[in-house]
Design a protein around this ligand. Structure first.
Ligand code: MG
Length: 161
């Protein structure tokens, strides 16, 4: 018997380097550094995609979209997430809520949080109140605290449709 709901967890981390855009939740956040990655490096969308694939029993982002595939070079992670939404839907699941942590020392994300939530809600066809988004610093500790990395944790709830 198929259970009516599933929970998924996702995590991603990327180095922050000069000459790259800082993409978070499908939004470009103004900053001198951005994620070093094969794709656009959006840690929030990557953690979200992994959480969704995990909950649906569909593996992970690395299996579905290999780094070795030139199709994903500098790819828009929103397009990649759209593929994940379709895969998960084909398996009979839809996202009902999502909760996101972004771990970043700078810049402050407060001015961008509303746009990030709205973008996530749009990508997932959810009401904005079904999207949680928190930004935290690492209090100066480790590579995130040094400002040389950004990470995200995402939890999603799927319901069977
Ligand atoms: Mg990634």
């Amino acid at each position: 018997m198929t259970s009516p709901s599933r929970v998924g967890i996702g995590f991603d981390i990327h180095r922050l380097v000069e000459g790259r855009r800082l993409m978070l939740a499908g939004i470009e956040v103004p900053h001198p550094l951005g994620e070093l990655a094969h794709s656009d490096g959006d840690v929030v969308l990557h953690a979200l995609a992994d959480a969704m694939l995990g909950a649906a029993g569909l593996g992970d982002i690395g299996e579905q979209f290999p780094d070795s595939d030139p199709a994903w070079k500098d790819a828009d992670s929103a397009a990649l997430l759209g593929r994940v939404v379709a895969l998960v839907a084909r398996a009979g699941w839809a996202v009902t809520s999502v909760d996101v942590n972004v771990l970043i020392e700078r810049p402050k994300l407060a001015p961008h949080k509303a746009a990030m939530r709205e973008r996530l809600a749009g990508l997932l066809a959810l009401a904005p109140d079904a999207v949680g988004l928190k930004a935290r610093t690492m209090e100066g500790l480790g590579p995130i605290g040094d400002g040389t990395a950004v990470a995200s944790h995402v939890v999603v709830m799927l319901c069977h449709v």
